[in-house]
Design a protein around this ligand. Sequence first.
Ligand code: NAD
Length: 292
Amino acid sequence: MILLDGKKTAADLKQEIALSVQKLKKQGKKIPHLAAVLVGENGASMTYVNAKVKACELVGFKSTLIKLPEDTTEEKLLQEIETLNNNKNVDGFIVQLPLPKHINEQKIVMAVNPDKDVDGFHPVNVGKMTLDLPCFLPATPFGILELLERYNVETSGKNVVIIGRSHIVGRPMSILMSQKRTAGNATVTVAHSRTKNLKEITLQADIIVAALGKPEFLTGAMVKNGVTIIDVGITRVEDTTKKRGYRLAGDVHFESVAPKSAFITPVPGGVGPMTIAMLMKNTLLACERKEN
Ligand code: NAD
């Protein structure tokens, strides 16, 4: 079993991005600038946004964090987005999801200028991704492709089962892995909450991407020997032995699945760090595309 070490791979990637930033500096060019908008005080969202700001510092980007109160109106948030769309200094920005219930997320995603949409959530970017045109790929699927590529995991002609059909993970992952690309050319099955006999399907899989948000859902009995496992899930599970009162659990029951796996991502330290590194990569791309 080989651990797909997202923490190390993400550190390598950030190092490469930092070198690109140094090059830009030397050439007197613009330094990438990422802005993040955080509405309210959702604990997990605050952790993610802080990690993104810290990653910007590490690679040498400029970053701006815009914190808005929980009761921010949709109109006010749309105004903030318009300001960021028009700010020439900002190359890319993200609005951290989920948003408070009174704000229509779809409307917010649609308001972001696709050229600054480094999360890759705008329909223009989703459409371009589907047609295999240059675009911003959503960071989590982009990170998974990068991890598979860097570990030379063979995907061509393999049976890939994606569990979950969300707009940010499962769906794009299924599109990307079926395309002609290095970590692609796979025969993809998308499983979801209405799928029947999931175990029969996962037992046929050469590669499984678990993105359903149910802690330790995929067990050893559901996978065949030699499988490759990408565990996207991150759920806070109560744990009184921990100082913070919880631990992070993936969607995969690591103890029973790992011994049967050829490759497997741990949680934490797998897909999570890759997601942040790819957001940095997208921001660098946004800056370079703007300058050219
Ligand atoms: P989501 O809740 O939007 O979607 C879950 C999907 O799982 C749905 O499409 C649903 O149909 C499917 N599903 C639910 N129960 C199922 C079942 N019993 N069998 C088969 N399919 C089932 O979730 P999401 O936003 O895609 O996130 C999934 C998980 O990944 C969450 O734990 C989330 O925190 C995590 N996540 C991690 C990262 C990262 O960077 N590591 C990024 C995004 C999401």
